[in-house]
Write a protein that binds this ligand. Sequence first.
Ligand code: GTP
Length: 484
Amino acid sequence: MELRGLLRLLPLLMCMPLLAYADRLAMANAKLAGQDTSVSTIQTVRYCVDPDWLPYEGIREGKHLGISSDYIDYIESHSSLKFQLVPTSSWTETLSFLQSGQCDLTPMLNKTLIRETYLHFSDVYFRSPNVLVSLKDQPFLQGFENIGARTLAVPKGYRLAEYIQHYYPQIETLTVASEPAGLQSVLDKRADLFVGSMFSVNSYIQQTGFNHLKIAGWGGPEDELRMGVAYGQESLLPMVNKALNAVSEQERITIYQKWNNVTVIDETNYSLVYQVICATFLLLLILGARTYFISQYNRRLTDKNQQLETLRQQLETSNAELEFLSTHDPLTKLYNRHYFNRLFINNEQHDKSAKAGMCLVMIDIDYFKEINDTLGHNVGDRILEQVSQVLQHCVRESDVVARWGGEEFVILCQQSSLPLVESLCVRIAERIKHYQFTDNVQLTCSFGVAKLADSEPMMLCFERADRALYRAKAQGRNQMCTDR
Ligand SMILES: Nc1nc2c(ncn2[C@@H]2O[C@H](COP(=O)(O)OP(=O)(O)OP(=O)(O)O)[C@@H](O)[C@H]2O)c(=O)[nH]1
């Protein structure tokens, strides 16, 4: 019985290890099943954004940028949600993707009545005012009430379009694809005004340097931005709200500052102004330096010209002196022998009429050696000067007096005759006789006279005059001999 009982239990005993294995398998399966359950809690959320609404959000090179991108990152790191961007080309496409179920969520938009028909909204997590933008020549406007007949550009699909249509249907609107397109329409004067979010408008104006634009007034109620969740995905909202509410004030400020950290382009382009000022200053500096250097150069040139003029005058004086020295006797200041020779004796260029009345007088002071010997050479020099003055005084202007050498002189009388020349010699002898010479010296002179004959060379006439003088000396001095 016991054996039969044991035999009956044998299959059971044999199966026990298998049962234990099956149990462990079941436990393992259960464990695996448990893991599967936890995996299924990581939920992928497809989301769409406005591709052209920076700094709020945008898509650049396929990447989600802007304030909303940081909030998406925050939610992802603080929940089991995993976000996957579905790129769109416009805000209207984003809205249609949300309606058609191609997107589960959009991270940043205002709540409107129409949008509530296909979206659930999170709590507000970002607020921003809307502004009117115009060209600078437009007046300031308080708000939509003062727009009057002006055309207002509004981005297609934006809450403001819905708002204006509902509350200000009389305003003439121009629907534009995006905020940048709206600003451009004002620049192009297709619209008088544009309404948009202050941060994005400001950012766009600063980044593009649209200096002709200005903020013309407030534009409707401020944006109260939330996340929108497509119908059917409302289970996401608690997680989204939980994460959004957990963002600290400091983190909100950090995100805001990060995406508004743009270079402010002042209304006046001061860098250009500075460049123009610097260029003008540089130009003035160059002109000043140029004027200074030119005036310096001119001053030096004037100095040099004056020096040159002085040198020229000195040279002229020197030349005149040289000329004088080369033609005159330094003691008596009469023409010298060399000049006289060159001009008259050796020069046969004189024409016949000039030669016709030419006479030569050779004059020699008598016993001059004695004066030198008894009174000294200096007194001799004074006597020579005084005799020269007498000769110069007695002759006519056309006559030429020269010192022939030592105490000997020659006079060339032009347009004259032997009688006239002889009377000249008499006058000279008389004057010398009565002249008050230095040291009361008494002087006499001997004269030799000759008249230039027709066709006679001057040299021959000179020799004849010299011979006549020799005769006068030989005959006792203090007399005149003429070679006829
Ligand atoms: N002081 C001075 N004497 C001069 C100069 N040139 C020549 N004599 C002198 O003139 C004198 C000329 O003398 P001489 O030739 O004998 O003639 P002279 O004494 O006049 O006698 P005669 O001519 O025969 O009447 C010499 O004593 C020369 O030294 C000069 O420039 N200055």
